[in-house]
Design a protein around this ligand. Structure first.
Ligand code: C2E
Ligand code: CA
Ligand code: CA
Ligand code: CA
Length: 279
């Protein structure tokens, strides 16, 4: 038993070692990917619930790997966050999304907004508010057309620094949304202290909204609370018409999800914009 215990420990060490090597090589590969331009932004349409018009697009990063194909963000964003690389990747995303927004505006889609996902390290960087202001100026996009998504846990993790950065950004006129709202189980008092414009109801509540009365009640409550606080509401992960109808009944004003479209490469997103009745 002892011998096998030792083998087991050796095996364990070796596999830890391997996974460390794997992490380091993935880190190097991420660094290379940024330099070689292997990241790409997909865009998921965001719609007005009443008119079903496209009003925005959420930028979602993909890694277009030369051998492995398209890699989803869940496979590399966590490591990018741990290693700090997310700061540079996040800057790239901000530039790329703003440049794309400017491009769409040139094509006449001047009501469109673009939502960008942020990571905690990015927002905590002292220069973040200035970086956002510079990007807005560089691409000549209106402040109100840029929407920054932060999760509840990000907001809570470094409250004072984050408030200061968000205040500056919000004062510029940029929109701020709480992503995955309802999953952070933190005190809701931050809703008063932070400069927020919109709550995004997490997919996990929307998913069973038509069959689970608790989830339905949670969505209904989030929406009415948001409205009482003068916040807008967007629901994510809407996959069926029945879900959309309930959300409409509850007064939710925006939605996104597979019901209308998955995240799309730029050309396909542009096709949807061209076909959208608002143009
Ligand atoms: P998220 O911000 O909550 O994004 C929503 C995720 O749900 C996306 O996954 C999207 O493809 C997926 N989704 C959208 N509609 C539906 C639907 O109707 N049904 C289902 N089942 N799923 C739907 P994706 O693109 O794989 O992104 C995963 C996460 O990676 C994002 O979650 C976000 O946290 C992170 N992420 C993506 N892009 C960036 C980025 O540029 N920066 C940072 N920091 N994080 C990013
Ligand atoms: Ca998001
Ligand atoms: Ca989300
Ligand atoms: Ca989510």
């Amino acid at each position: 038993a002892k011998a096998s215990g030792r083998n087991c420990a050796q095996y364990f060490n070796r596999s830890l070692d391997d996974s460390l090597k794997e992490r380091i090589s993935l880190e190097n590969a991420l660094n290379q990917a940024l330099k070689l331009g292997q990241f790409e932004l997909y865009y998921q349409p965001q719609l007005d619930v009443k008119s079903n018009r496209i009003i925005g697009a959420e930028a979602l990063i993909r890694w277009n790997h030369p051998e492995k194909g398209m890699i989803s963000p869940d496979a590399f964003i966590p490591l990018a966050e741990e290693s700090g690389l997310i700061v540079d990747i996040g800057s790239w995303v901000l530039h790329q999304a703003s440049s794309q927004l400017a491009q769409w505006r040139k094509q006449g889609f001047d009501q469109l907004s673009v939502s960008v996902n942020l990571s905690a390290l990015q927002v905590q960087k002292e220069s973040f508010a200035r970086e956002v202001a510079d990007v807005i100026r560089e691409y000549g996009v209106p402040e109100a057309c840029l929407d920054l998504e932060l999760t509840e846990s990000m907001i809570m993790r470094n409250a004072e620094e984050t408030i200061a950065a968000l205040d500056k950004i919000h004062n510029l006129g940029i929109q701020i949304s709480v992503d995955d709202f309802g999953t952070g189980y933190s005190s809701l008092s931050y809703l008063k202290r932070f400069p927020l414009d919109k709550l995004k109801i997490d997919r996990s509540f929307v998913q069973d909204i038509t069959v689970d009365t608790d989830d339905a009640m949670i969505c209904k409550t989030i929406i009415s609370m948001a409205h009482n606080l003068n916040l807008q509401v967007i629901a994510e992960g809407v996959e069926t018409n029945a879900q959309l109808e309930l959300l409409r009944d509850y007064g939710c004003e925006q939605y996104q999800g597979y019901l209308f479209a998955k995240p799309l490469p730029v050309e396909q997103m542009t096709e949807h914009l061209l076909a959208s009745p608002c143009q």
